[in-house]
Ligand binder design. Structure first.
Ligand SMILES: [Zn+2]
Ligand SMILES: [Zn+2]
Length: 347
């Protein structure tokens, strides 16, 4: 079979690899029908994720069809259409029993495309398959479903839920890439008064408007602190979300919130940021960080199936598997290409 293999030093290529095979009785083999590239994959290419060895097949999001199951798999059958979650769950460790699947100590967590071979391939082995996949409801297409593998649960759990968005809140989202857009979209499930998107790329701010931001700010032209002060009678945002992964954007998110506010860090950071405790010790702030657990995925699947969430506009670029390297290049240059999610399907 063919797969997108990481070679270190910023390089990955679509090449021949040994076929995916069942190893453990709880495994399933999934034929990949649709797959995408995550911002995290770009962090891997930049060398920010030291757990990823060279030779690793990348990717942790897919929609596919079950082609083989181990003897312990009970819930899946050959031919089922499934969503492969970015988080695998052993189902029985202390963390999994608290629905903190991202922190699984039983061999799951974020392992696909990280500690084991991932989904950017013609076939993928999914460990703990009963707990780590979700059946695709009839009538939901691959394009909508693929956004539920990582993007939507991350924006919802690590952004909107960890940030404790409440009705009438003013929510500031720093970074309007795909994760920021997912946070903007899912924050609206809690009826905020204002959702403010902040980004240096006007293409991304236009996208933010489509996904429900009612105020957009480009800091190269407008001071976000002043703009949010205007919106909130000088108080500051109730919730600020960081969806980039740099020191500057994290520090901005901290400055944007009112006393008692919440800062939800969603971004993947490759370096330290400064926490200005000399300014914030008195402000009663809550700062959360997180890797998605995907406990919300069944709810999000229901919302998409019921047409209460339409994520299809997230997919902006489509390629076939043999164009994988081009897809990476254009996704990495999102500020120019306007790419949000790129969808890859078999040739
Ligand atoms: Zn991801
Ligand atoms: Zn576990």
């Amino acid at each position: 079979m063919k797969a997108m293999v990481y070679h270190g030093g910023g390089k990955a290529s679509w090449e021949d690899v040994p076929d995916a095979e069942l190893i453990d009785p709880a495994d399933a083999i999934i034929r990949v029908d649709a797959v995408t590239i995550c911002g995290t994959d770009l962090h891997i290419l930049r060398g920010h994720v030291p757990t990823v060895d060279t030779g690793r097949i990348l990717g942790h999001e897919a929609v596919g069809t079950v082609t083989a199951i181990g003897s312990n798999v009970r819930r899946l059958a050959i031919g089922d259409r499934v969503l492969v979650s970015c988080i695998s769950s052993c189902g029985s460790c202390r963390y999994c029993r608290r629905a903190s699947y991202g922190q699984c100590t039983g061999g799951g967590g974020w392992i696909l495309g990280n500690r084991i071979d991932g989904t950017q391939a013609e076939f993928v082995r999914v460990p703990f398959a009963d707990n780590s996949t979700h059946k695709v409801p009839d009538g939901v297409d691959d394009e909508n479903m693929i956004t539920l593998a990582d993007l939507l649960p991350t924006g919802y759990e690590v952004g909107a839920i960890n940030g404790r968005v409440r009705p009438a809140d003013t929510v500031a989202v720093v970074g309007a890439g795909p994760i920021g857009l997912a946070a903007i979209m899912t924050s609206q499930l809690f009826s905020p008064s204002h959702v403010v998107a902040i980004d240096l790329a006007d293409t991304r701010l236009e996208a933010a408007r489509k996904f429900g931001a009612d105020v957009v700010i480009n800091p190269s032209r407008q001071d976000p602190l002043a703009a949010i002060a205007d919106l909130t009678s000088g108080a500051g945002a109730d919730v600020a979300m960081e969806a980039v992964g740099t020191a500057a954007t994290f520090e901005l998110a901290v400055r944007l919130v009112r006393p008692g506010g919440h800062i939800a860090n969603i971004g993947v950071h490759g370096g330290p940021a400064t926490l200005h405790l000399e300014d914030i010790w008195i402000k009663n702030l809550t700062i959360t960080t997180g890797l998605v657990d995907t406990y919300s995925t069944p709810d999000l699947v229901d919302l998409v199936a019921a047409h209460k969430l339409d994520t299809s506009a997230m997919v902006t670029h489509r390629y076939h598997f043999d164009e994988f390297e081009t897809a990476y290049t254009e996704f990495a240059d999102a500020a120019t290409t306007g790419a949000l999610k790129v969808l890859l399907t078999p040739n």
